[in-house]
Write a protein that binds this ligand. Sequence first.
Ligand SMILES: [Zn+2]
Ligand SMILES: [Zn+2]
Length: 176
Amino acid sequence: MVEHWIGLTHLPATGREFSFEDQGLWRELWKEFHFDFEAMAPMLSTLFIVPQADGFLIHGSIKGAVKASCHRCLEDANVELDHTFDTFEAHEDVEALEGEESHLRATDAGWELNVAGLLWEEFLLAMPEKILCADTCLGLCPHCGKNRNLEQCACCNLDTQSPLARALQGVKIKTN
Ligand SMILES: [Zn+2]
Ligand SMILES: [Zn+2]
């Protein structure tokens, strides 16, 4: 997997902020995990890292905007990201059994953090479970596959419904 290690050896006891503006990192990550995403606004991340006796306290943020496919109509959807998180990377997790994900490693020069691994984990948490171009997206017609945001097809019975029924149908879709 894509890795980007930073040294954590000379951190002041009060902590230090790192910021990451390398857009190439995100392009590599999306490619590796087969996400058909594109940055619509620069992806900016910060990590404020405070050393502790047994690990590192991390307060981070990821901001930006991503172009992805709407889960209902498959057209472009713009997802704004403004994610903050708090996490703790423990020294002992490095020794943990396989399957326990640690973003730390110990080198001769001291502790290092894999920023790519940590940011990717948080990016996945920040993305909405259901990506929509709009809350009101009508999606594709299940019968003929036409995009119902753009046209009403003959097989869609929405035509014959009152505006209220149509609105209620929209509400029903929304709570799915
Ligand atoms: Zn849509
Ligand atoms: Zn149809």
